[in-house]
Design a protein around this ligand. Structure first.
Ligand code: FES
Length: 154
């Protein structure tokens, strides 16, 4: 299912852990990097690869917001929705992004360029509001800065 080089890489990741199951998150992240999301076929492959049940893989894949069990756009934006960000402008940020991208929370733009997701605290409360674009953190965001980031991400 995966090219030999990727399987070799996944085997190396698995070998770093005393128990194969413990490698699940890094294995899933690497699989997602390759496929864009963790589709059912990939989930089943990982289950066999790590000698765990499909349900165990499903549970992990659906627990972590940075793992995607649905197709996503080319770029994924996570906006923090936790308290510090909420009181420091995240609501305005949400409204701005939803209007500008013409997509609701959890959705993907019509052109498939952006998926907009919420996240719990991104561990940078002192620099709220915070969002990630493709896992790169952006802090102290103004709406003008968000526009620049979106433009740069195109
Ligand atoms: S509340 Fe947003 S980074 Fe902590």
């Amino acid at each position: 299912m995966f090219p030999d080089e990727l399987v070799a890489e996944l085997e190396e990741i698995r070998s770093c852990f005393p128990v194969a199951k413990a490698a699940m998150v890094p294995v899933l992240r690497r699989v997602q990097e390759d496929r864009g999301w963790i589709d059912p076929e990939a989930r089943d492959w990982v289950a066999e690869f790590l000698s765990v049940t499909k349900m165990e893989v499903h549970e992990v894949a659906t627990f972590y917001p940075m793992l995607y069990t649905e197709p996503v756009g080319k770029h994924v934006i996570h906006v923090c929705r936790t308290l510090s960000c909420d009181v420091c402008g995240a609501r305005e940020l949400w409204a701005h992004l939803e209007k500008k991208l013409k997509v609701e929370r959890g959705g993907t733009t019509e052109d498939g360029r952006f998926t907009l997701k919420s996240a719990e605290c991104l561990a940078s409360c002192g620099t709220a509001p915070v969002m990630l674009i493709d896992n790169e953190r952006h802090e102290n965001l103004s709406l003008a800065e968000v526009d620049k980031l979106l433009e740069a991400t195109k």
